[in-house]
Design a protein around this ligand. Structure first.
Ligand code: ADP
Length: 253
């Protein structure tokens, strides 16, 4: 048996207390709703590539198809598996960032070889769309950053540049120094972003025209991870975009 002695509250104090409790209850309900939407979205994003993986594995293993067809199916399988890998990586990071158990390890490295390496990684998936990706970077230039995290930032932005661009277009990665800062600008000739949507695209789960990016395999997670990773470097990210013309994402480190 124990007793809790409650302080005697005056009438207006009681009112304050009950409105504070009401606010907490509303916050909880909102968080619960957001969590459910998030889980539904993630489950959907994982199930789409899985459906492809199962379907294309079946056709790729048939004996009555040509070698070219098999290669085509296998390249789709690789592409879809890569997409799943990136999504899972982003999700794990998002969880770590929320727990504040996230750290970056910065070091100095040569920029040109580093970016060429990243571009070579993604070039095959650009070729599937007949798109090209070019690098503009001085040879004698060093960067101070976390190489693994910066790669994740650039891969996320390049994946978007590819996803939201028509076939036969070009993406450019420009790296330069401005005073004490390193600037990395990724420019595409894609569909662009409506001006009134730009303030929200870095929010978790935000997608411009849900149906548009859904059909393109979007989850609304990529840019929020990019922004957190850039800010973990003490940097910032900006976007300028013209509808129907293309977008430039500029990172300042
Ligand atoms: P998603 O997984 O939907 O691509 P992101 O967080 O990466 O999620 O991007 C948020 C939204 O911003 C996307 O739904 C898309 O509409 C828009 N977006 C991002 N990058 C580009 C781009 N390069 N060109 C046009 N729209 C873009």
């Amino acid at each position: 048996d124990f007793q809790v002695e409650l302080p005697k509250l005056k009438h207006d104090e009681l009112g304050e207390l009950s409105s504070a409790i009401q606010t907490l209850a509303n916050d909880l309900a909102r968080l619960k709703k957001e969590r459910n939407e998030f889980l539904a979205s993630v489950a959907h994003e994982l199930s789409t590539p899985l459906t492809y993986l199962i379907g294309y594995t079946k056709v790729a293993s048939r004996s009555d198809i040509s070698e070219d067809e098999r290669k085509h199916y296998l390249s789709i399988l690789t592409e879809e598996s890569e997409r799943m890998k990136e999504l899972v990586k982003n999700l794990l990071d998002l969880a770590k960032m929320d727990e504040n158990s996230f750290s970056i390890m910065q070091e100095t490295f040569w920029a040109k070889a580093y970016f060429l390496n990243i571009l070579n990684l993604i070039r095959p998936s650009f070729q599937l769309k007949d798109m090209t990706v070019a690098l503009k970077c001085p040879t004698d230039f060093q960067i101070y950053a976390d190489p693994l995290r910066l790669e994740q930032i650039v891969l996320n932005l390049l994946d978007n540049a590819k996803k939201y661009s028509p076939v036969h277009t070009e993406v450019t990665v420009a790296v330069l120094q401005k005073g004490n800062n390193t600037i990395i600008a990724i420019t595409d000739q894609g569909i662009g972003i409506p001006p009134d949507e730009i303030p929200f695209i870095f929010d978790k789960l935000y997608r411009v025209e849900k149906s548009r990016s859904r059909s393109l395999g979007g989850s609304g997670i990529g840019l929020s991870v990019v922004k957190e990773l850039v800010e973990a470097h003490g940097g910032e990210i900006q976007v300028s975009s013209t509808l129907g013309r293309g977008s430039t994402f500029t990172i300042t480190l």
